[in-house]
Design a protein around this ligand. Structure first.
Ligand code: 5GP
Ligand code: MG
Length: 208
């Protein structure tokens, strides 16, 4: 079988990246490695460079979407040199052992005053796009000067919204992925790579 390939998005250019790196056992589950730790780190560095080039020395408020963005947030803020304010907002669309989108819950209690600020919302993955764009619409009402978005991953062929994230490190096939902040039932967030969970593992998780 031909190895899977993903796209690395770079300023409108599409680069091919190998998306198949064997498997890794994690407890009872076997994960298929889609992006290695080195590939993820390279993608984050590339995205940080694009963000730095766009904002220059302008002060920026970066808002991570809990909980999936925590690892990306921690890495990317250390690659940005402009005056930076770091904050979080909570959005949940999956509940427990489910891989289908549930009703979206947004908790913006932790947000600072965004009036007149340049805001960058950082999330783990752009799937249908509903989460990010409901969130951006809600935050738009808080009076920021500008609002943009950055995601680590985008799933191919899944988007239901017309607006795209402004920054995206990788486009991946439509598989349920975990690692680097992404979870299944709050597990696997600590893995330094991006792995796909097999359907059988997801089924087994539902009964555990
Ligand atoms: P959307 O609203 O774009 O369909 O879904 C986005 C949210 O669903 C993401 O922020 C993420 O929390 C979750 N999500 C979507 N696809 C996946 C996936 O493959 N793995 C994990 N762990 N979460 C996902
Ligand atoms: Mg999320």
């Amino acid at each position: 079988m031909k190895p899977a390939e993903g796209k690395v998005l770079r300023r409108g250019r599409v680069l091919r990246t190998k998306l198949s790196h064997g498997t890794h056992r994690q407890g009872a589950a076997t994960l298929k490695i889609l992006l290695t730790e080195a590939q993820v780190q390279e993608g984050v560095r590339r995205m940080a460079a694009e963000i730095s080039a766009f904002y220059g020395d302008r002060p920026l408020t970066i808002v991570g979407v809990l909980t999936g963005s925590v690892v990306l947030l921690a890495d990317i803020i250390r690659l940005l040199g402009m005056p930076l304010r770091v904050s979080v907002v909570q959005a949940r669309s999956y509940r427990g052992a489910s891989t289908v989108r549930g009703e979206l819950m947004i908790n913006s209690d932790l947000l600072p005053d965004l009036t007149g600020c340049d805001v960058l919302v950082v999330d783990d993955i752009f799937d249908t796009g509903h989460t990010l764009f409901e969130l951006l619409n809600k935050m738009q009402n808080l009076g920021p000067r500008s609002i943009r978005s950055a995601v680590l991953l985008r799933k191919r062929g899944r988007q239901e919204m017309t607006r795209e994230p402004d920054y995206c490190a990788f486009e991946i096939p439509d598989e349920f992925v975990v690692g680097y902040g992404l979870d299944y039932n709050d597990h696997y967030r600590n893995l330094p790579y991006i792995g796909a969970l097999e359907a059988a593992e997801i089924e087994a998780g539902k009964n555990s």
